[in-house]
Design a protein around this ligand. Structure first.
Ligand SMILES: Cc1cc2nc3c(=O)[nH]c(=O)nc-3n(C[C@H](O)[C@H](O)[C@H](O)COP(=O)(O)OP(=O)(O)OC[C@H]3O[C@@H](n4cnc5c(N)ncnc54)[C@H](O)[C@@H]3O)c2cc1C
Length: 319
């Protein structure tokens, strides 16, 4: 491939971190290419009202916020393409992005990894149909909407306990539902949750169906006891998943330093490394490197930082 076909930058992911990076890189005249991936628009595209993104006093629908970001990025020259990174060899620069069979590989001097961390779902059809209508995987984001309601939190680890405790600020009651008899959360988190008057525990229980698909609003859960096989219904109006996230960084395993759960480890928010050494022209932003905050605004913030670092890197190393 001739050198002039090598891109200045490619952005992996079209969630709010990737699109913010695209806005900044496009305004710096870098003509970024955004690979949209398996979930165009990222996690905000599957949610409904976003009330905590600054600048929208009455909130904004997640898909609309994402559409606005896309328009803002393309207005300045960003290109978006429906493609998924299959593999890349980060030991050879410029990087050649392999997009799988029937797709030309893409050559790039810099790479912004904004591939996010997908929430784990139960993958029940009724659950999927009610995401954004009483089913959520983000307590920080949607807790407010559960005010005065009876809710369920699925999971038995620390994140489920943390969500349950947080949600007691809003909900009338919180029922923690766990597949196994033992909740694997740390003792301190478990004790805190057990000591809370509004939290009930339902061990050895699985959700078979979320009720309310026709009404587009959660009305309850069909449950099964995994020991006795007994079935029951729990009348709740909200269900939160607290069973973790899957970072979309498998293709960088062995090439970038990852934490034990597979998140990209970064210095200064956006600088990944391999065996502690910087990787030339590669930056990471958003949820893929942030297991702590996981918010649209923090993802957008690090997306901005990654694009500014790309600009600096190209100035120093040549375009
Ligand atoms: C139900 C729900 C409600 C939420 N509500 C709020 C809220 O109200 N307020 C708030 O601030 N935050 C909210 N969040 C959190 C917020 O959505 C995330 O913090 C934010 O989307 C993270 O942005 P991101 O760009 O880092 O990753 P994501 O949004 O996860 O986007 C990742 C992108 O990477 C792409 N991708 C993945 N792998 C590849 C690959 N191999 N090749 C190419 N592309 C790839 C995907 O297709 C996707 O486009 C919510 C999240 C959920 C799940």
């Amino acid at each position: 491939m001739p050198e002039n076909k090598t891109r200045d930058t490619v952005i992996l992911g079209s969630g709010c971190s990737g699109l913010t990076a695209a806005i900044y890189a496009a305004r710096a005249n870098l003509k970024p290419l955004v690979l949209e991936g398996h979930e165009p628009g990222g996690q905000l595209s599957i949610t409904t009202l976003v009330e905590n993104f600054p600048g929208w006093p009455n909130g904004i629908q997640g898909p609309e916020l994402i559409e606005n970001m896309k328009q803002q990025a393309t207005r300045f020259g960003a290109e978006l393409t429906m493609a998924h990174l299959v593999s890349v060899d980060l030991s050879r620069h410029p990087y050649v992005l392999n997009l799988g069979a029937n797709r030309e590989p893409i050559h790039t001097r810099t790479l912004i990894i904004a591939s996010g961390a997908s929430a784990r779902w139960l993958n029940l059809p009724s659950e999927q149909a009610l995401i954004g209508h009483g089913v959520s995987s983000c307590a920080t984001c949607d807790g407010f909407f559960s005010s005065g309601k009876d809710i369920a939190v699925i999971g038995g680890g620390d994140s489920a306990m943390e969500e349950a405790l947080f949600l007691t600020r809003f909900a009338r009651s919180v029922t923690l539902i766990n597949r196994t008899a033992n909740f694997r959360a740390s003792r301190i988190m478990l004790e805190r949750a057990m000591a809370h008057a509004s939290i009930k525990f339902l061990p050895s229980t699985v959700v078979e169906e979320v009720l309310g698909v026709e009404q587009k609003d959660v009305r309850g859960l069909k449950l099964r006891n995994t020991v006795t096989g007994e079935r029951s219904e729990l009348p709740v109006q909200f269900m939160f998943l607290g069973i973790g996230h899957i970072p979309n960084a498998k293709m960088f395993d062995g090439q970038l330093d990852l934490d034990p759960d597979g998140y990209i480890l970064t210095q200064g928010n956006v600088f990944p490394a391999h065996n502690g050494q910087p990787v030339p022209g590669v930056f990471a932003c958003g949820d893929i490197q942030d297991r702590r905050y996981r918010q649209a605004i923090t993802a957008a913030g690090t997306g901005c930082m990654a694009a500014l670092e790309v600009e600096k890197w190209l100035e120093e190393h040549g375009r």
